[in-house]
Design a protein around this ligand. Structure first.
Ligand code: XIL
Length: 338
């Protein structure tokens, strides 16, 4: 059976996954990656804190290796992230002078996007800028970037990104929007308003990245979701799923039952999302349960009460296709061609 990317290409979409450079030393994993994927994104090595932990001494070697791997295997390459409040270097946080901080931030963005100019299919120029719990009228997150520059930093980042790489699709990427809860609804409204404002001001945003970190057992309303996608796409931008995976901490331990529930979550979400005409494609946050932030337990909330390893991705830890893979394939096959 074809890999997921071949199935996606037949519908005018793409499929790929987030990886780290050390995964390239795992030959069996690389074989599966090349079989399934048409695009890769760096799981963490493009974050500013990873590139330039020491001021003035940026290291692009890991990212160069990923970009070269993509080019060598005919894969698209995408950038994540231009700026993310969680992964800025400590030395940047410590800069008190506003002009100095702005110059450092923009220099980093220009250097990073400029380096892969012509190679990057897209960049998440900005990641996770919305947090309603921070209590602002506009829903913007009170974190390092907003604290230093005020809300205008968002426009500045996108304008700078466009100049640094005029060919890459520039994305705003965010999470916590997919489900039918008041928290998700609030975030959907705030993100829509943010995007509307950016586009009304002529800020170059080309696409919205839906992270889609899903969870078994969450309430989903397909009609509500499709209407929100319509509203976002109606602003004149594209959509892509950028980080899909399914956390299974509320599913039973039994593997067959768990895999069935995880697959059903993929199926339900993708059936409501992939048919949208503005959807360009999807990437999962990892390809195999061998390498997943959920399995690593980066987020304590992803841990299962029974301590068993989670099974969030299309391939299992032995690189075998799971029911989740089949659910993704079926959803892609069912989607109309665009
Ligand atoms: C995660 C990565 O998988 C980890 O390697 C990192 O330590 C923490 O972040 N949303 C995002 C991603 O945009 O960058 C996050 O990735 C997952 C949530």
């Amino acid at each position: 059976m074809d890999g997921l990317h071949r199935l996606a290409i037949a519908k005018g979409m793409f499929y790929g996954a987030a990886i780290a450079t050390r995964h390239l030393d795992d030959a069996a994993f690389v074989a599966a990656l090349v079989q399934e994927c048409g695009i890769i994104v760096s799981e963490w090595e493009a974050q500013w804190a990873a590139v330039e932990p020491v001021r003035g001494n940026p290291n692009f070697q890991p990212l160069d290796r990923l970009a070269a791997f993509a080019a060598g295997h005919g894969l698209l390459f995408r950038g994540h992230a231009g700026l993310w409040y969680k992964r800025v270097p400590d030395w940047f946080r410590a800069i008190e002078d506003r002009a100095e901080a702005e110059a450092a931030m923009l220099a980093h963005l220009r250097a990073k996007l400029g380096r892969y100019r012509g190679q990057a299919q897209s960049w998440d120029v900005l990641n996770e800028a919305v947090e309603l719990r921070d209590g602002r009228e506009d829903g913007l997150r009170r974190a390092v970037l907003l604290d230093k520059f005020g809300p205008g930093y968002i426009d500045l980042l996108f304008h700078t990104a466009r100049a640094a790489d005029p060919q890459a699709l520039l994305c705003y990427n965010d999470y916590g929007i997919e489900y039918d809860t008041p928290w998700h609804a609030g975030r959907r409204a705030a993100i829509l308003a943010l995007l509307r404002g950016l586009l009304a001001r002529g800020v170059p945003v080309d696409a919205f990245g839906i992270q889609a970190h899903l969870r078994v057992g969450s309430p989903f309303n397909a009609d509500l979701w499709a209407r929100w996608l319509d509203a976002v796409a109606g602003l004149g931008i594209k959509l892509m799923i950028t980080e899909i995976d399914v956390a299974d901490m509320s599913a039973p331990g039994d593997i067959a039952e768990r895999d069935r529930l995880v697959a059903a979550e993929y199926a339900r979400f993708l059936a409501a999302t992939l048919p949208h005409p503005a959807m360009m494609g999807l990437l999962s946050w990892g390809l195999s349960d061998r390498y997943s932030w959920i399995v690593r337990g980066t987020e304590p909330s992803h841990k299962r009460p029974d301590g068993l390893p989670p099974r969030p991705l299309p391939l299992d830890a032995d690189l075998r296709r799971k029911p989740a893979w089949q659910a993704m394939a079926d959803a892609v096959i069912a989607a109309p061609k665009r």
